[in-house]
Design a protein around this ligand. Structure first.
Ligand SMILES: Nc1ncnc2c1ncn2[C@@H]1O[C@H](COP(=O)(O)OP(=O)(O)OP(=O)(O)O)[C@@H](O)[C@H]1O
Ligand SMILES: [Mg+2]
Length: 534
């Protein structure tokens, strides 16, 4: 399989980056009854899930993980089902087939038993005249009677057989939000049933927050899943260095040896990202988050340790006699700590600046400068110089792509660049890729807006208000309260947008700033394909 393959990756070897997320998903499936993997479109969710299944099934090993028991992987792609049918009866028949196929591949003994079991049930139903007949006798036309009962019970049967053989299975349902479109069907009740009764089956859901997953993740008291063991994992952007690896690997596969200028440009971008401590610390991906969380914790521990040491020393000797070396180390840790906390600001600056250069949308550097302390302006100056040079647009394209967090965007770019490409090619093809890809984001945002019954215009107002520059919470709230929206709704909507990964926030002084994180969303807003209330 090549890096260019548009289908999801299936093996650990092919997955670039994502080690932490992978370990998270695998561990979560082992430890929890239901795991939900959430993330924006085209970010690599399916790849992550498929590779996790490969590890859980024992096909591949993962460093740092000891798998006590192998899981039988059952993978269901809801899109391939709803492409054909939205009938829950057909869904269960399909599921029954997938289960059987997986069992045959991973455990012949279980497969044989499963077949026996399901056949037995069929016979007993035929003998009793079947559930349809019962429905007819009782004279009720309830929803449940229209199921093909033997297929609808396939997981119950699977659970019995697995228990008998002392085995477990992982049921992975991709694009799980589509479960909500099956009729007649209650996905949350079904999941609650699996959770409570089918203990040999662990569930791994992936897909978009919109629709079903919201009710799975935040069940209200009266929802079937309330109080259940559900663990969520967010798949964020892929980190810049993994994206650059993909870009270079992709070009190498095509036999393209990037020119020395291009390599230099790449090095400069990486260098700049690293210089500003962006690559390691900005919360671009959960990997970066992991790293920064670990680092924050490590730094914090060292600080406490040093502090204690200093206190011990100062109790016996005057404070000023604390060795300079300890004070220096403390200061250095403190600085790092501060940098870790503030870097989202630099990230937002880079995204907005690059988006501005490429898409010529209004960008107000003063908004940024006003927010920045003197020394920060010094720190970001290299970015600004960098983006102001003649090849700036091409460089900005590369920055945007590496900050997009989307492997598929970078793959499309690497696929289309001509041999011996120039900076103009980079700009032209880059814009073309953005132009081809932004519709997925439009669809997703619009679908979200549609499904969001309470005042969807709040969402569009927020997004359009953030188009030209980041904004403080109070300035967003001001716009919305003028439209009669209460503050509670403002907060709810902002939280949801952050959760979806469209926007992010950072604190600067007493203010909380919100900003757009996704280059495709800039493009979508520029093209005005995000619906506004008409
Ligand atoms: N970590 C990775 N390393 C290399 N390639 C990747 C990685 N993650 C994803 N890809 C590639 O990116 C593309 C999109 O990945 P994938 O289909 O897994 O994303 P997705 O989030 O499931 O997308 P969708 O929202 O369309 O379902 C595929 O070509 C896949 O091979
Ligand atoms: Mg997918």
């Amino acid at each position: 399989m090549s890096i260019f393959d548009a289908s999801p990756k299936t093996s650990v070897k092919l997955l670039v980056g994502r080690q932490y997320e992978l370990l998270d998903v695998v561990r979560s499936v082992i430890e929890h009854r239901i795991t939900v993997v959430l993330g924006p479109r085209r970010i690599g969710k399916t790849s992550l899930v498929k590779v996790a299944l490969s590890v859980l099934s024992g096909n591949e090993r993962l460093e740092g993980l000891r798998l006590k028991a192998r899981f039988i992987p059952i993978y269901v792609d809801m899109w391939s089902i709803i492409a054909i049918t939205r009938s829950s009866r057909h869904f269960f028949e399909y599921l029954d087939n997938i289960v059987l196929r997986a069992l045959e591949e991973y455990d012949k003994g279980v497969a044989e038993d499963y077949r026996k079991h399901t056949r037995m049930i069929k016979e007993s139903i035929v003998k009793e005249g079947g559930i349809d007949a019962i429905a007819r006798v009782s004279g009720r036309k309830g929803i449940m009677y229209r199921y093909s009962s033997e297929a609808a019970r396939c997981l119950d049967e699977l659970n019995t057989v697995l228990a008998k053989h002392g085995r477990k299975a992982v049921l992975a349902i991709d694009e799980a939000q589509e479960l909500g479109t099956l009729k007649p069907f209650s996905p949350t009740a079904w999941l609650a049933h699996i959770h409570d009764n089918l203990t040999q089956i662990h569930v791994l859901l992936s897909g978009s927050y919109v629709g079903l997953l919201k009710r799975v993740l935040h069940p209200r008291q009266r929802d079937p899943l309330y109080g259940r063991d559900i663990n969520r994992i967010r798949v964020g952007k892929l980190d810049p260095s993994s994206l650059l690896t993909i870009l270079l690997k992709g070009l190498a596969e095509r036999g393209i040896q990037p020119s020395s200028e291009f390599s230099e440009t790449l090095m400069r971008i990486v260098g700049l990202l690293i210089d500003a401590e962006l690559a390691q610390h900005i919360p671009l991906s959960s990997r970066a988050l992991h790293e920064s969380r670990d680092r924050v914790q490590a730094i914090w521990r060292s600080l406490v340790e040093l502090h204690n040491k200093a206190r011990r020393l100062s109790s016996t000797t005057p404070f000023k006699s604390i060795p300079q070396e300890i004070l220096n180390t403390m200061l250095e840790y403190l600085m790092q700590f501060i940098i870790l906390i503030e870097t989202p600001l630099l990230h937002s600056l880079l995204v907005y600046y690059a988006a501005n250069l490429i898409m010529e949308i209004g960008f107000n550097l003063n908004t940024f400068s006003l927010m920045l302390p003197e020394e920060r302006i010094e720190q970001i100056k290299p970015f600004i110089d960098f983006l102001a040079n003649p090849g700036a647009k091409a460089l900005a394209i590369l920055s945007l792509f590496t900050l997009s967090g989307s492997p598929s965007l970078v793959i499309s770019l690497a696929k289309k660049l001509p041999n011996n490409f120039t900076e103009e090619d980079l700009l032209r093809i880059g814009l073309q890729v953005l132009d081809e890809s932004y519709r997925a984001v439009c669809d997703e945002v619009n679908r979200f807006i549609e499904s969001y019954s309470k005042k969807p215009e709040i969402i569009t107002t927020i997004l359009y208000s953030l188009y030209t520059s980041p904004r403080t919470w109070s300035s967003i709230a001001q716009i919305l309260t003028q439209q009669g929206i209460d503050k509670k709704s403002v907060n709810e909507n902002l939280r949801t947008l952050v959760e979806l990964g469209y926007i992010a926030k950072y604190k600067e002084g007493v203010n909380t700033y919100y900003y757009i994180t996704d280059p495709l969303l800039f493009y979508a807003l520029k093209e005005k394909c995000i619906k506004t209330k008409t």
